[in-house]
Design a protein around this ligand. Structure first.
Ligand code: TTP
Ligand code: MG
Length: 364
C-alpha cells in the first residue's frame, strides 16, 4: 500500500510578509505588481486569506484587485496592503522549510517553491502517517511561524487534491476505500491539468463534477481530448501511479514583466528579455543551482491571450549567455507571422528555466 503526502504552504508569499511585519497581521495583503492606484498593469502573485474574501486571487490583473479592494474599503472593510514580491526572501524561507520536511521521509520531491510530496509508505499505516504529518506541521509552525496544509492519500494525485480541501492549516486524509466518495462531488476543476479550456469542453457536455465525468468512456475521452483524455479517464477514477521523483528537477525559476505600454518593437522586447534572463540566472545561482536544461518563454499579447514556447537542451547549459541565446531564439517567431499572425502588440514577456542541476555539495 502506498501512502503519499502532499504539503502546500498557506498563502505563502503573503504569510511570509505577514510574519515579518506584525503590524500587517490580519490585514488583507496583496503581493504583486504595483497597483498604481488602479492603473497598474501587472498581476497578483498571491493574496492573504483576508484579501481572498474580497474576491482577489493569484494571476488576477492588479487593476481588478485594486477595484475589489476599493469596493470593500468603501463598504467599511479594512484597507488592503500592497507589497511587491521579494523572491529572495521567499526562496530562502522555502529552502529552510524543504530541509525540515525532507527529514521526515526517505523519498521526497519538491514540486514548487511551496509544495512537496513525501512517500510515507514505510510508516505502514495511515494512522502512523497522520502522526508524521502532524509532527511536520508542528515543526514548521515552531521554526518558521507559518502554516501549511497537507493531503494524505494512496497516490500523488489524491494527496495533491486533498491538500487543497481544508486550507489553511488543514490535514485531509483520503484512504483508498474513500477515494471515490471523496472525488465524486468535487468540481472537475480540481483535477490537475483541467484548466479553463478543458473545463469548457466538458461543461458543454453538461459535465461539472468528477461524478459526471465517470459516464465518459476511455474512447469518448480520447476522441474529445486526445492522449490527455486517456489520462483524464484514469484521473477521474483517482488512479495514478506516478513516482516521487528524487532529483531537484521539479523546481523551476522564472520571472515575467508587464510593460508600461504594449509594444511590438523587437529591440525593446529583446532588451527586456535580456534583463529577465539575467535576473533568472542570478536567482538560479542564489538557489544553489548551476545549470538548466529547459528554457520557456511566455508571451502575452494585448488581447491577453498567452503563448509559451520552450526548448529542451540535450545537455545542461550553465551560462547566462546560453540562457539569453536560447530565450532570444524562442521569442523571435513572435516578432513575425510565424507565432503572431495578427501582428499583435505584446503586453508581457516571461522567461523560465526548468530541469535544473544542483551545484554539487551546495545543499543549504
Ligand atoms: P500557491 O501554493 O498556488 O498559492 P499560495 O501558497 O499563495 O496559497 P494557497 O494557500 O492557496 O496554497 O503558490 C505559492 C506561491 O507561488 C504564492 O504564494 C505566490 C506564487 N504564485 C505566483 O507568483 N503566481 C501565481 O499565479 C501563483 C498561483 C502562485
Ligand atoms: Mg501554497
Amino acid at each position: 500500500m502506498r501512502i503519499i503526502a502532499h504539503l502546500d504552504m498557506d498563502a505563502f508569499f503573503a504569510a511570509v510578509e505577514e510574519r515579518e511585519r506584525p503590524r500587517l497581521r490580519g490585514r488583507p495583503i496583496i503581493i504583486g505588481a504595483d497597483p498604481e492606484e488602479g492603473q497598474g498593469r501587472g498581476v497578483v502573485s498571491t493574496a492573504s486569506y483576508k484579501a481572498r474574501a474580497y474576491g482577489i486571487h493569484s494571476a488576477m490583473p492588479i487593476s481588478k484587485a485594486w477595484q475589489l479592494a476599493e469596493t470593500a474599503r468603501r463598504a467599511g472593510q479594512p484597507e488592503a496592503v500592497w507589497l511587491e514580491p521579494d523572491f529572495k526572501k521567499y526562496s530562502a524561507t522555502s529552502d529552510r522549510i524543504m530541509a525540515t520536511v525532507r527529514q521526515h521521509a526517505q523519498e521526497f520531491e519538491q514540486a514548487s517553491i511551496d509544495e512537496a510530496y513525501l512517500d510515507l509508505s514505510p510508516a505502514g499505516s495511515f494512522k502512523k502517517a497522520i502522526e508524521i504529518c502532524r509532527d511536520i506541521k508542528k515543526e514548521i509552525k515552531r521554526k518558521e511561524k507559518l502554516t501549511c496544509s497537507i493531503g494524505l492519500g494512496p497516490n500523488k494525485l489524491i494527496a495533491k487534491i486533498a491538500s487543497d480541501r481544508e486550507k489553511p492549516d488543514g490535514l485531509t486524509v483520503v484512504e483508498s476505500e474513500t477515494v471515490e466518495s471523496f472525488l465524486s462531488p468535487l468540481s472537475i476543476r480540481v483535477i490537475p491539468g483541467i484548466g479553463p479550456k478543458t473545463e469548457k469542453i466538458l461543461n458543454q457536455l453538461r459535465i461539472q463534477t468528477v461524478q459526471d465525468a465517470l459516464c465518459l468512456t476511455e474512447k469518448e475521452l480520447d476522441e474529445l481530448l486526445g492522449k490527455w483524455g486517456i489520462e483524464l479517464y484514469r484521473k477521474v477514477r483517482g488512479q495514478d501511479d506516478s513516482p516521487i521523483s528524487h532529483g531537484e528537477e521539479a523546481k523551476s525559476i522564472g520571472e515575467q514583466e508587464t510593460f508600461p505600454k504594449d509594444t511590438r518593437d523587437p529591440s525593446v522586447l529583446l532588451e527586456h528579455l535580456q534583463t529577465l534572463c539575467r535576473n533568472v540566472f542570478r536567482r538560479l545561482g542564489q538557489d544553489g543551482f548551476e545549470g538548466f536544461r529547459r528554457v520557456v518563454v511566455t508571451v502575452r499579447f494585448a488581447g491577453f491571450d498567452t503563448k509559451n514556447r520552450s526548448a529542451t537542451l540535450p545537455v545542461p547549459a550553465r551560462t547566462c549567455e546560453a540562457l539569453e541565446f536560447e530565450a532570444a531564439k524562442l521569442i523571435l517567431p513572435f516578432f513575425d507571422r510565424r507565432e503572431n499572425p495578427g501582428r499583435k502588440a505584446i503586453r508581457l514577456i516571461g522567461v523560465r528555466v526548468e530541469l535544473l542541476d544542483r551545484l554539487v555539495g551546495e545543499f543549504r
